[in-house]
Design a protein around this ligand. Structure first.
Ligand SMILES: [Zn+2]
Length: 463
């Protein structure tokens, strides 16, 4: 009996000591957890083992842990990795190719022809690498992507050490890689099977929009997403033009149409959601649809203002997105947070809407919830994935610091990010990208720029 008891006590002691052995301890910074209580530890610590956070708390409790490596985060702010819920990563190579145009003019006369002449696997590989460099540098740990040659997007994300939710765009007209929706869906099926178990890449199904996909294509996309239990990504109610086209063809609005055909469900992540009625907001809430709000793209394309306060009030999970670099023109979510807050304030003529703390939640745990990943990502809590960002507070624009949320949304920039860990591994250390060859990526971007410019009609090139 005594032998058994001592064995038990030894086992308990061993477990306790194991619990205190951590791989990395980030200690002494201002830790903004974005947990449900909005806990901030100043100073605080975060400890992780493998890909998981095993402890978060005030700095005085950090002594209980035996880390294999320690980061002194004094003078830094520590927060969860940001989640970019909508974009087209490879379109970084079209940054600035055509601006100041109507959405349909921009798409039909500039972007789609430029894509038809330039987009191939190599373009997507280098464009996504360029996007990954920009996103990691500005604190993004996960990006949602809808583009072509999505295999290359998944590979580039993995190589960069980033998380991606990647969906091959499904369209009813010829795209750079597939001529029909059926081919794109077949490819998506294989793509999902190849990536389903990956720790960083989540494959998805991405029918482009209600005005570019037939009912059959939309429903086949939904069935594929249901069969594999993966996210279903779509552009929804982005422009007045779209609403008119859908009304002419189906006699109703985009959202009501998707509801009617049985498309809406909780795995849907809808980008933009600008032209929706009160009833449609309730429809989206009841279906559990997540929304990606893209303030800068909506402003730049003059699309309109999404009713984000009403979406949030209805209980819809809303995340932030940058959209592609051709309609933004950068992938910095710090800028997106700033724009989101101010866009709704000016739109409502009220400084109290979309407060800084709410916007930080949107860029982190809100995005995770829109993807049904809030049990894994979006905040610094024990058991969640170790995705976190360190920002330098020893800078003129970072001081004095009264409110961390105010500072994050209204003062700090993506360029204040110094280090990033994703899935427990460092991807940016003291401003240095660890997995990407940045000089080679920038050189390639210049090479693509020359090629793309030469491919455009004279009328499509602007000084
Ligand atoms: Zn988009």
């Amino acid at each position: 009996m005594n032998a058994l008891l001592s064995l038990l006590l030894t086992w308990i002691a061993l477990q306790a000591s194991l619990r205190r052995d951590v791989e990395l301890l980030i200690d002494g910074g201002v830790v903004v957890t974005v947990d449900p209580h909005g806990t901030v530890h100043d100073p605080g610590f975060v400890a992780f083992r493998g890909d998981r956070i095993v402890a978060v708390g005030p700095a005085r409790e950090a002594g209980a842990f035996r880390p294999r490596a320690r980061i002194d985060a004094k003078g830094h702010l520590v927060m969860p990795g940001l989640i970019n819920t909508h974009g087209h990563a490879a379109m970084t190579l079209f940054r600035g190719v055509a601006d100041d145009l109507e959405l349909m003019d921009w798409l039909k006369n500039y972007i789609w022809p430029a894509e038809a002449r330039n987009v191939n696997a190599d373009f997507v590989r280098w464009g996504t690498r360029l996007a990954a460099a920009e996103m990691i540098r500005s604190g993004t740990s996960l990006f949602v992507d809808m583009y072509y040659f999505e295999e290359e997007v998944a590979r580039a994300a993995k190589e960069a050490g980033m998380r991606a939710v990647a969906g091959e765009t499904v369209l009813d007209f010829p795209a750079p890689d597939f001529k029909t929706a059926q081919e794109a869906l077949q490819y998506t099926d294989g793509f999902i099977r190849r990536w389903k178990k990956d720790p960083l890449v989540i494959p998805a199904v991405a029918p482009h929009a209600p005005y570019t996909c037939s009912k059959e294509t939309l429903l086949a996309s939904k069935q594929l997403a249901d069969r594999h239990s993966v996210p279903l990504l779509i552009h929804l109610a982005e422009s007045r033009d779209e609403i008119e086209q859908v009304r002419a063809r189906h006699g109703t609005t985009s959202t009501a149409y998707l509801q009617e055909i049985g498309f809406l469900e909780d795995r849907v992540l809808a980008a933009h959601v600008i032209f929706v009625t009160r009833e449609e907001i309730d429809l989206l809430a009841r279906a559990g649809v997540g929304v990606s709000h893209n303030p800068e793209s909506n402003m730049k394309l003059g699309s309109g203002v999404s009713p984000v306060p009403e979406l949030l009030a209805a209980g819809i999970a809303v995340g932030l997105g940058t959209d592609g670099a051709a309609s933004n023109n950068n992938l910095d979510l710090f800028e997106a947070m700033d724009f989101a807050s101010k866009l709704h304030k000016i739109h409502r003529l009220s400084p109290t809407v979309l407060q800084a703390r709410e916007v930080v939640r949107m860029a982190t745990v809100g995005g995770a919830a829109a993807l049904n990943l809030e049990d894994q990502l979006g905040s610094l809590e024990v058991g969640k994935k170790a995705d976190l960002v360190l920002l330098d507070l020893n800078r003129a624009r970072a001081q004095p610091l009264y409110s961390v949320y105010s500072q994050l949304v209204y003062a700090l920039k993506g360029s204040d990010v110094r280090s990033v860990w994703i899935d427990g591994k460092p991807v940016l250390r003291d401003g240095r990208l660890l997995n990407l060859d940045e000089p080679a990526i920038l050189e390639k971007a210049r090479e693509f720029q020359r090629r793309i410019r030469a491919s455009l009609m004279p009328a499509q090139t602007r000084p």
